[in-house]
Design a protein around this ligand. Sequence first.
Ligand code: NAP
Length: 484
Amino acid sequence: MRILQNYVGGKWTDSTSGRRRQSFNPARRDEMICEAQDSTSADAETALHSAHEAFPAWSRTPMPKRAALLQEFLRNLGAREDEFARAITRENGKTLRESRTEFVAALKEAEFQVGQGRRSAGAIRPSEMPGVTCHLRREPLGVVTLITPWNFPLNVACRKLIPAVIAGNTCVLKPSDLTPMTAALLFESLDAGRLPAGVANLVFGRGSVIGDTIVTHPVVKALSFTGSTEVGLGIAGKLAGRDTKIQLELGGKNPLVVLADADLDKAVTAAIIGGFSCSGQWCTSTSRVIVEAGIYDAFLTRLTAETKAIAVGDGSDEATQMGPVCGRQQYETILKFIDVGKREGARLVIGGSPLTEGAHAHGWFIAPTIFADVSPEMVIAREEIFGPVLVMLKARDFDEAVRLANDTVYGLASSIYTRDLAKAQRFIAETDVGLCHVNMPTAYKEPQLEFGGVKESGRGSPEAGESGIEFFTRHKAVYLKEQA
Ligand code: NAP
């Protein structure tokens, strides 16, 4: 069992609290994985101070040189796939295959952002005055705070940290209380890459205890947060009126629309991938499946058969297709939503209960669940469940399907399955989301494209792509005239 320390000013340190928080394997809840520092506001302040001290030298380091230093980190990270995958599975519960997929995605995100270090300096513009050069400089912001969730503990951390430091900022990262091990391994890789002390700092601890300090401290010039809409918007409220840039990546209630002309096998596969990968704990998971009336029954029959075949178990077993959910709180919340669905009259087609016998007896397992004949006003059609639960809605036609897809406060991802290019184009134009897919699952993404939601799914500029570095910099317009 490992004891995880904070990483502050280039050194591994204990919290001044003298306390630690224990982490357990969601597939075997009596198996303790590690203990991480239960940090205090004073620890968080020390980390922020360290980042503040490191900022002047780091921000003056040429950007390609900063990127070159991170190449060393990439080499170290790239050599540790198996170690990371096993750690993610052990503390998050997802299957080893899913953890490896997360690792590869994180590496690609990091590689793309490191590459940006040679091309994101700014822009030259023409001037109407003779002898004047106009250009737009991108400058780092200062100390930035990065807060990450447990569902993609490596990928989300890389998506924030790499562009933040490449852009010349220094940072403090607070990972989720549920997944400290992955964060510790990430900082081991940064440490091995010999980033200057104080550029990247890691503080373990509860958001409810250290959150206010890392968010509202006067040295913090930007906050990049990924997590629930409730917590994210609460934090944004605390920053109103302050000089702190915010980037919030929040919840979703993502629709998969299946039209009558779709390739049904492919659409069913998309619903299975989107609904049950990572036990449905993906911000871009498919949550609502909206199917045109003519094929609704046929689609549901195939989807149910495929769902029945999903092997649920410990994610470290290579045969497992769906792992447990990530901890007691998730387990109880998901089961509460399932209960609400039953009480509000949705038709439970499959699942709908915890798995508690045999190999499932010691973990937080929930059967993959489908509710059919769900009406749009039901709670299960409106709230983010964040678990292995698909809700099916029937649409008369394409227009009603689009209306239902948009009938949500969220706006993260959407997908449509159809062979009709005109309808696909209308869907792209008319769905109110940050990520839109045609004949692909709602969760598909690539690192060179921006990633972020609209409506209650996000605030500020999105992450990844060119926006990765854009968010972590500010513009300065320069007018330069040489004296004769
Ligand atoms: P969460 O409960 O909102 O927590 C997210 C992070 O915020 C954790 O590190 C948490 O720390 C911290 N936190 C909690 N209270 C805080 C406070 N008062 N001040 C500062 N930080 C605080 O979300 P989660 O359960 O970890 O993650 C699931 C949610 O994330 C889902 O809604 C999902 O849709 C969303 N998500 C969105 C995206 C996206 O890109 N849109 C990606 C992944 C996940 P503790 O762990 O210590 O509480």
